[in-house]
Ligand binder design. Structure first.
Ligand SMILES: [Zn+2]
Length: 67
C-alpha cells in the first residue's frame, strides 16, 4: 500500500501547468536546437514536478501535441 508521500515522489502524470511548460519547451526545441537528441529535465515552476524532456528528432518536437 503506497503512502501519500510515495505517490508524490513517484508521480508520473503531468498536470496542466506541466503540460504548458512542456509545450513551451517543445516549441523552443523545434525552433532553436540544432543537434538532436535533446535530453534534459525541466522543473515546472508551478508544482515543482521534474519533467523529463527526451526529444530525438526535430520532427518529434514539431509534432508534439498536448494529450
Ligand atoms: Zn506543473
Amino acid at each position: 500500500m503506497a503512502k501519500a508521500s510515495d505517490r508524490q515522489a513517484l508521480r508520473t502524470e503531468e498536470y496542466a501547468c506541466c503540460t504548458r511548460v512542456r509545450a513551451r519547451e517543445m516549441e523552443s526545441i523545434a525552433r532553436d536546437y540544432l543537434s538532436f537528441p535533446v535530453i534534459k529535465k525541466v522543473v515546472c515552476p508551478t508544482c515543482k514536478f521534474v519533467l523529463p524532456i527526451n526529444v530525438y528528432t526535430r520532427e518529434e518536437a514539431q509534432a508534439w501535441q498536448p494529450s
